[in-house]
Design a protein. Structure first.
Length: 78
């Protein structure tokens, strides 16, 4: 997906996975899923790729908003 989609579109796929977890399981596993989805997103898609370091501070805000949105979605769906 990375060559064909921008980073915001890939984030939506991760949130879709959190939503599916919240629907089928409870909010605890969905919150864990949201935390675990931020790490691979950082590792695989945020420059520099294949590292947990972040070059730009704007991505830290993206991680925080992504995690908080996933937590809210998981509570609403559970």
């Amino acid at each position: 997906m990375y060559p064909y989609f921008d980073l915001p579109n890939i984030i939506m796929v991760y949130l879709l996975g959190v939503m599916a977890t919240a629907i089928h399981l409870r909010s605890g596993p969905a919150i864990l899923n949201s935390l675990l989805s931020v790490w691979p997103f950082d590792f695989c898609f945020v420059p520099p790729r294949w590292s947990f370091t972040v070059e730009e501070a704007k991505y830290l805000v993206t991680f925080a908003v992504m995690f908080l949105t996933a937590v809210v979605i998981s509570h609403l769906l559970a």
